[in-house]
Design a binder for this molecule. Sequence first.
Ligand SMILES: C[S@@+](CC[C@H](N)C(=O)[O-])C[C@H]1O[C@@H](n2cnc3c(N)ncnc32)[C@H](O)[C@@H]1O
Length: 274
Amino acid sequence: MELNKAKQEFNKILKDNGVVDYENNTTQLFLWVLKVNKVELLLKQQISNKEYKKLKQLVLKRAKHYPLQYLIKSVEFFGNKIIVNKNVLIPRNETEQLCEMVAKNSNNKKVLDLCSGSGCIGLGIKLNSSADVTLSDISSGALKVAKKNAKQNKLNVKFIKSNLFESINQKFDIIVSNPPYIKTCDLINLQPEVKFEPMVALDGKDDGLFFYKKIIEEAPKFLNDFGEIYFEFGLGQEQSIKKLLSKDFECIKIFKDYYNKNRFIYAKLKDRLC
Ligand SMILES: C[S@@+](CC[C@H](N)C(=O)[O-])C[C@H]1O[C@@H](n2cnc3c(N)ncnc32)[C@H](O)[C@@H]1O
């Protein structure tokens, strides 16, 4: 079958079903199914019936807004190839900035990635620093994916299955977390793609701040002296989180993401002797 004909058919299906960036989606699916790079794809003129059937099956799933990343099973993130499936949140581009901030400050430090999901943050930090990194999540499915990601990227990190700090019994120099932060009542309004991602990764309970409250309250017990904390947060949450931090933390700084939105917060544990 002619590749261009199939491409046109698939573009139309995705466009008619309201898939944003539909041409790029079609290209990504071709690259994945045909196992070729972009240049090889440009030069290719024919696909087999088997390839066409496989592609069509994926395109029809994508047309129902099943996320592209779950179909092609991985994403590039801060230098690592990160496997994703329905047990983990798909790493967002903005989160790479969080990795960058932490990695720069992590050499020879003990770092805990709390609510680690696919492991993208902790593994990104490990790849780009000499930190001793531990990943922790409540979800066995997510930890399984994170372990695969560590192995695939040849990164030596530790794993702890834990409900926040419940099963953690050591101290760290840095805690970094991108916890669930969407208000329960807003979950219904999410983009159709996001609704395929695990609820446990999204639901920040009543006011969306449940996890920040819990983590900030308990973090001092799990931080070494002068320990530091970094969070990613949702739109408009910065002042509430700053207030929560101000009891035990100082030097609080808010950072913007690539889209110029306040997205990250940093704070340092107050001197316990004062
Ligand atoms: C927003 S996702 C972030 C995943 C990953 N760190 C990232 O940035 O892509 C939040 C993660 O928190 C985990 N989680 C939810 N409740 C938790 C809890 N009580 N204790 C530990 N992890 C939890 C979810 O399983 C999910 O993997």
